[in-house]
Design a protein around this ligand. Structure first.
Ligand SMILES: Cc1cc2nc3c(=O)[nH]c(=O)nc-3n(C[C@H](O)[C@H](O)[C@H](O)COP(=O)(O)OP(=O)(O)OC[C@H]3O[C@@H](n4cnc5c(N)ncnc54)[C@H](O)[C@@H]3O)c2cc1C
Length: 426
């Protein structure tokens, strides 16, 4: 990350929260509602993190909007919080009580006059991969992730935008909300405490060639499946076989795809089994007669979420197979996808055919991808250490894989620890 000697803006706050997923938002709210000033930084153009990409989330299976909307309203109404999007931390100096943080903020090219009327979209002549939908579909260069995305304003992707030589969006915008001259801003923030809540990325399934990912469109990841199932996703929530537009008769969920494997992710992401059982329910809602097969090494459904497992087990057309999947390939005669796994209870190798295969890939901390700024606070897997050295306070999945309820609890703890520093504690 480039550190600039020229600073465009100097800011001061009590607490800096890096990452505006559910962890960062919850921490920021806890501290701000206690009366402290908070700056909340987000690297993407919109907040909400991975939860905003889910169709529904357990335990209640509500859509992400139900949890996020309340928090976003609290965030919007709280004058103690300043949200800065499109930001990356370039440097951190100092220690609890007195940090100086340098941040680079990319241009949005759209200002606060945007009403999200959408007149700019049809006139835009270029497209980009829709990263919010894991590149399943496209958006125009000027886009918004979904209708409830926050902040409620469009953003322009400079990697594909034709710039001032085109300016079709500028001409179409009656509110003068588009400014193609905006450039990167360098901001220096003085803060008493830092909470690091940068969350996770899905493990890169392109590394799982033996499981057919990237080779067959009918093999997708669990997060892609969330997007296919979501009403604001690429198929408006209709679960179909990608590439074939076909309904589902038989679907497989492959657990531990790249997890608990020293060649990929050596740890268990703890929620993938539950996520697949949740996704089995999405299938059942749309396809009362579809066969659902879950291939697992051992099933992990902790605490109250055990109920979820019991419920899934009662479904007569959901089958659990104990055994690690060895390979996934295509039968060229009928175009179906074959999952080959050893059933470890019987000691036999089985092959079964499916329309669609969902790989339950795990959560990889984004920390390592965030450069070396906080390298000294990370464990070998890239999670922020929580047992020592509280110079930077980690929270959410940045400290280890977990579900939303645990993330929110940890966020309250992180806010409390930050308050200790903000009050001069060591
Ligand atoms: C398939 C699947 C299904 C799931 N379903 C459920 C479910 O039903 N129920 C449940 O409770 N949990 C579920 N989870 C887990 C849930 O997604 C996580 O618990 C949750 O996303 C953790 O939130 P977070 O804020 O820690 O991280 P994230 O959601 O990853 O948010 C982190 C934020 O930080 C931002 N960021 C990253 N780097 C930087 C940086 N350098 N600077 C600034 N910002 C940065 C990111 O853009 C993001 O907005 C599921 C997980 C998977 C894999």
């Amino acid at each position: 990350m480039e550190i600039h000697s020229h600073i465009d803006e100097h800011l001061e706050t009590d607490l800096l929260v890096v990452g505006a997923g559910i962890a960062g938002i919850s921490t920021a709210l806890e501290a701000a509602e206690t009366g402290f000033r908070v700056i909340l930084l987000e690297k993407e153009p919109f907040i909400g993190g991975r939860v905003s990409q889910l169709n529904q989330y357990f335990p209640k299976l509500c859509p992400p909007s139900c949890g996020l909307e309340i928090n976003i309203r609290r965030l919007r109404d709280n004058t103690n919080i300043d949200l800065i999007t499109l930001c990356d931390v370039a440097n951190i100096e100092g220690s609890p009580g007195s940090f100086t943080v340098t941040v680079n903020q990319k241009a949005r090219f759209v200002n606060n006059r945007c009403t999200t009327c959408g007149d700019c979209v049809p006139v835009c002549p270029v497209e980009r991969d829709n990263t919010f939908n894991f590149n399943i579909d496209k958006t125009k260069a000027i886009y918004i992730n979904h209708e409830n995305a926050y902040p409620q304003k469009y953003v322009i992707d400079p990697n594909v935008c034709l710039g001032e030589s085109c300016s079709e969006c500028v001409k179409a915008c009656k509110y003068e909300a588009i400014d193609l001259k905006q450039s990167t801003k360098h901001i220096q923030i003085k803060t008493k405490a830092i909470v690091w809540a940068t969350g996770w990325n899905p493990y890169d399934a392109n590394k799982l060639e033996y499981l057919g990912f990237g080779k067959y469109p009918e093999v997708i990841t669990n997060m892609m499946f969330e997007r296919y199932s979501a009403p604001n996703g690429p198929t408006k929530g209709k679960i179909i076989v990608p590439g074939k537009n076909k309904e589902i008769d038989k679907i497989a969920f492959v657990q531990c795809a790249g997890s608990r494997d020293e060649l990929h992710l050596e740890y268990c992401s703890s929620i993938c089994c539950l996520a697949s059982m949740k996704q089995a329910q999405y299938v059942r809602e749309q396809y009362p007669n579809a066969e659902i097969h879950i291939f697992y090494i051992d099933l992990r459904a902790q605490g109250l979420l055990e109920d979820f497992y019991s419920k899934t087990k009662k479904d007569e057309k959901t089958f659990f197979h104990r055994g690690k999947v060895a390979k996934v390939f295509k039968d060229d005669t009928d175009g179906q996808i074959i999952v080959e796994a050893e059933n470890t209870l019987e000691g036999k190798l089985h092959q079964k055919k499916f329309d669609l295969v969902v790989l339950a890939t795990g959560m990889k901390p984004s920390n390592k991808m965030n450069g070396n700024i906080i390298k000294e606070f990370l464990d070998d897997s890239g999670f922020v250490k929580t047992d020592e050295n509280y110079k930077i306070i980690g929270c959410g999945v940045s400290t280890g894989p977990k579900e939303v309820a645990s993330v929110v609890q940890e966020s309250t703890g992180a806010a409390l620890k930050a308050i200790h520093y903000m009050k001069g504690g060591k």
